[in-house]
Design a protein around this ligand. Structure first.
Ligand SMILES: NC(=O)c1ccc[n+]([C@@H]2O[C@H](COP(=O)([O-])OP(=O)(O)OC[C@H]3O[C@@H](n4cnc5c(N)ncnc54)[C@H](OP(=O)(O)O)[C@@H]3O)[C@@H](O)[C@H]2O)c1
Length: 271
């Protein structure tokens, strides 16, 4: 698995497994499959209600913990300094992991700065290996930069061929904040798998469209966390490091970018 070096030196896999909607007994089975297929980064959140099964699947797999990267996120229920501190402790307990690889603020809240201060303290104590944010636009990112002591390692945002957020990526680049893609396959909002441009390129490589869509992001330096509940699709999605897209293909796909969110899901502006 290729990795990307975060701005504090930590290595993060370029591809991980999204766990939104992965719950219950079926979820346990899906997580076992994902580990078996070779996924080593798991993206979860308190909002997903699956910390326990993610932690259990990782522990039961017998794979050394330091070979796995766990990302989780603090949401509104932890929106204060004290609540964020409690959230970090709760994540350690529910994920059955003393150390969490990456913790993000799930979206901008009025209390983001004090929440981030709690993350910084846990980072300094060694509980969190890296810290960051999610769904922060360029303005809110800049505002956080003006107030924080530790530059976010990651900003996880909506990102796919139709919404590349290149401007945001450019703003964060000088600070080494990595833009990580959620919804890299559009979460079903678009019929991406029958997109004629992607289909043509997929045909030329004799590969599924999903691989073209994910490879395009990775080749632009954007780590991805696709989710699938099907083993064959998990296998497809992870197999994107043994081929590359030509400069012409990259340029053609870049024309699919509409510069518009498919979700219009922005956190409240805390300014
Ligand atoms: N930070 C945030 O605010 C935020 C927001 C949303 C999501 N996320 C994270 O990002 C992860 C990924 O996003 P997502 O789950 O929303 O959407 P996604 O990964 O873009 O798309 C998942 C959908 O695509 C289907 N799919 C996956 N691989 C496929 C393939 N090879 N061929 C055909 N269909 C395929 C899946 O169906 P099947 O499962 O039936 O295969 C599922 O319906 C989430 O799971 C979560 O961890 C974060």
């Amino acid at each position: 698995m290729e990795t990307i070096t975060l701005n504090n030196g930590v290595q993060m896999p370029m591809l991980g497994f999204g766990t939104w909607t992965v719950r219950g007994k079926k979820g346990e089975h899906i997580l076992r499959e994902a580990l078996d297929v070779g996924y080593r980064l798991f993206d979860t959140a308190f909002l997903y209600g699956n910390h326990e099964i993610v932690g259990k699947a990782i522990r039961d797999s017998g794979i050394p913990r330091n070979n796995i990267f766990i990302t989780t996120k603090l949401d509104r229920q932890f929106a204060s300094y004290t609540k964020a501190k409690a959230g970090i402790a709760q994540a350690q307990e529910t994920l059955q992991s003393d150390i969490i690889d990456l913790m993000l603020i799930h979206e901008p809240y009025a209390e983001s700065l004090e929440m981030y201060q709690a993350l910084e303290e846990a980072y300094r104590e060694g509980t969190l290996r890296a810290i960051g944010i999610s769904n922060f636009n360029a303005n809110l990112y800049q505002k956080l930069l003006n107030h924080c002591a530790i530059t976010p390692a990651v900003n996880q945002v909506e990102n796919h061929v139709y919404y590349m957020q290149t401007d945001l990526q450019k703003v964060m680049e000088p600070y080494g904040t990595v833009m990580q893609a959620w919804g890299p396959l559009t979460e079903g909002k678009r019929p991406i798998f029958t997109d004629p441009i992607l289909q043509d390129i997929a045909k030329a490589h004799d590969r599924p469209v999903a691989q073209i869509a994910l490879r395009y992001l990775v080749q632009n330096g954007i780590p991805v966390i696709p989710k699938s509940s099907h083993r064959t699709r998990m296998q497809q999605n992870i197999d994107i490091f043994s081929f590359s897209l030509s400069p012409d293909e990259m340029a053609t796909i870049s024309l699919r970018d509409e510069g518009q969110s498919l979700f219009n899901w922005f956190g409240p502006d805390w300014i």
